[in-house]
Ligand binder design. Structure first.
Ligand code: F6R
Length: 620
């Protein structure tokens, strides 16, 4: 949700490397993009363009910015003010002295703007960020020359309510960038005689792998050769850098036409990276890193487990709830994190809350976490981004090892989350004494045996079947996805993937619900995607297929390769390898991801950057 990149170097022109980083962050928003440089002669220069970064590049090609060793840039997901050149960041104050890029929402911006207008400030945009730039400028001017940029930023921020990650530059203070954050992500990258800032690590991997994450309320002054970190209370603090184990190649397309396709195909490796090194092959157990501090005694004392997440991550959370009940006999619930804040407050005794998030920066999930921690609850984070807010603030952490996920539609992150949840179920089941060593060993064996089986999902025959079904699905305005039990979250996920990248209306339902309403929609133009792999719901799913066909509805069925019953009943058949039923979600989700990809491709959609969406939703 808006991406920020900034660099300050020792005389090296930073425009190209900042632009490169900005493109890596385009998944965070693509309503407009802009760049500002310090020209070295006490002046700032800004270029901004509505639309994708490609539009900004075209603008820079015809109207170049001067070379500069001090550059800030932004890609926008519009909140305040429609997508337009004048609302694009960076924003300057009306004197052109301060320039700011910002991710977040300043909730009291209208009041602040009214005050500034009364003071004679002139506004050219509808944004909250222009208010910030003018506020900072007002404090600098009021300081009679005695206030530096950092002090002015910190003072301005005391008047602001809301969320921000920002980078500011001042015409009369060359060689300095000031960064600050509250409830929106911001990391500082440390290079050789250079410092950088960005919303997310992939933007800086081509420059450095050494990072310092800013905590809420903190700010920093960055020069090329040093960075001074300031606490919320105004004290100078020291913090070691952390080394990121992602590589720059992982954040590139690597010859694929889309990140989404690359990330779908990476899933077998995600299984290996997230699971296999954590197996305890003699105990039938799992060993997590020392970020997981829950002891056997802690796990035995639990009476309930709660899962919270948003979007795709909430679908993996639903599977987690099921697995913890099945393998650890621990009852629980899954809550939409944004709804949690409005639910009745119950005592937290003996409850563990698992927050699942790819980015670790989703505002709704973080707000729920903090509220629970205030109530004395314990949080286990399952997260893909080391150093993210969830990874830092959760009491315990399991990292998924998916590598950076760039496609806006989440695929491999879901796969990594479900894998981590299997491991959690095994660990909790073993600790609570409800899962024997033998059963634990079987489960580990099944997970290991899954990896080669996944290959058949990428074979030419499987892809041909997906493309055939996609060619048909691309012609309909609306459809239904049905699954029962563990396949219900996969039906929800299949429908979400389809609607977000193809813009075809799709709903996921527990298959048993079909007859309670949705069946009224079915006719020859309204198809149903059915998950019909063998488990205790199989017979019922066959009946659902027949019920759809009896009403002339077309059926796309996911079934085990060679299952004639499902294949004969369906109009389009997506074959999957047979696996133990509890592992079927990891298998069945893949053809549904491929299906939505192929439908979106057939319709010429912008697959990696679907309209209106942004990855990492950092506002509530
Ligand atoms: C859908 C998708 C979103 C995210 C949701 C939560 O493809 O990507 O629904 O799953 O915004 O994001 P994280 O997992 O980063 O908390």
């Amino acid at each position: 949700m808006c991406g920020i990149v900034a660099a300050i170097t020792n005389g090296l022109d930073a425009r190209a490397s900042v632009l490169h980083g900005l493109k890596t962050l385009e998944y965070r928003g693509y309503d407009s993009a802009g760049m500002a440089v310090h020209t070295g002669d006490s002046k700032l220069a800004v270029r901004r363009k509505m639309g994708k970064i490609a539009n900004l590049e075209a603008e820079l090609a015809s109207n170049a910015l001067p070379e500069s060793d001090q550059v800030i840039a932004h890609t926008r997901w519009a909140t305040h003010g429609a997508p337009a050149d004048r609302n694009a960041h960076p924003h300057t104050d009306d004197g052109g002295e301060i320039v700011v890029v910002h991710n977040g929402i300043i909730e009291n911006y209208l009041d602040l703007r009214a005050e500034l207008v009364a003071d004679g400030h002139v506004f050219l945009s509808d944004t909250d960020t222009e208010v910030l730039a003018n506020l900072i400028a007002r404090h600098m001017r009021n300081g009679n020359g005695g206030i530096d940029l950092h002090t002015a930023v910190r003072t301005a921020l005391t008047e602001v309510h809301g969320a921000y990650a920002l980078v500011a530059m001042c015409a009369t203070e060359p060689g300095t960038l000031v960064v600050a954050r509250q409830d929106s992500p911001l990391i500082v990258g440390v290079g050789d005689a250079a410092h950088y800032a960005a919303s997310d690590m992939p933007a800086l991997l081509h420059l450095t792998r050494d990072f310092v994450a800013l905590e809420n309320g903190e700010s920093a002054i960055s020069h090329a050769d040093k960075m001074q970190l300031c606490s919320a209370s105004g004290d100078w603090i020291e913090r070691e850098t952390t080394l990121c184990d992602w590589t720059p190649e992982q954040a590139e397309k690597g010859g694929y036409p889309h990140f989404m396709l690359k990330e779908i195909e990476e899933q077998p490796d995600v299984l290996a990276r997230t699971a296999f090194d954590r197996f305890h092959d003699t105990e039938g157990d799992v060993v997590f890193e020392d970020t997981f501090t829950l002891t056997d005694a802690d796990l035995r004392a639990l009476r309930r487990i709660r899962f919270m997440a948003m979007g795709t991550s909430s679908h993996s959370a639903m599977i987690g709830r099921w697995l913890l009940a099945e393998f650890a006999e621990l009852p629980g619930e899954t809550l939409n994190a944004s709804e949690f804040l409005y639910s009745p407050i119950l005592p937290e005794n003996d409850t563990l809350t698992v927050i699942v998030s790819q980015s670790g920066e989703t505002a709704d999930s973080l707000r729920a976490m903090r509220e629970l921690q205030k109530r004395g609850g314990r949080i286990l984070g399952i997260c893909n981004v080391q150093g993210s807010t969830l990874a830092r603030e959760a009491d315990d952490l399991i990292l998924t090892h998916c590598g950076p996920e760039v496609g806006v539609a989440s695929t491999k992150a879901f796969f990594g989350q479900v894998t981590a949840l299997y491991l959690l179920a095994i660990r909790v089941g073993r600790a609570r004494g409800v899962l024997s060593t033998e059963r634990g060993l079987e489960l580990l064996h099944d997970l290991r045996a899954l990896r080669p089986k996944l290959d058949s999902l990428f074979a030419p025959e499987a892809m041909a079947a997906v493309r055939q079904a996609a060619a048909f699905l691309a012609t309909v305005p609306s459809c239904l996805f049905l699954g029962r039990g563990l396949q219900h979250p996969i039906a929800l996920e299949g429908a979400l993937k389809l609607k977000e990248i193809s813009y075809i209306h799709a709903e996921g339902y527990p298959a048993g619900e079909m007859k309670h309403g949705p069946i009224a929609l079915i006719d020859e133009h309204f198809p149903v995607v059915v998950l019909a792999t063998p488990d205790r719901t199989y017979e019922k799913m066959i009946s659902n297929i027949e019920e759809v066909r009896a009403r002339s509805g077309k059926v796309i069925a996911v079934g085990v390769a060679g299952d004639q019953q499902v294949q004969n009943a369906a109009d389009y058949f997506l074959p999957v390898p047979e696996v133990p039923p509890y592992l079927a979600p990891l298998v069945n989700v893949i053809p549904l991801q491929q299906l939505s990809y192929e439908v979106a491709l057939a319709l010429g959609r912008d697959i990696d950057q679907p309209r209106n969406l942004a990855k990492s939703v950092t506002v509530e």
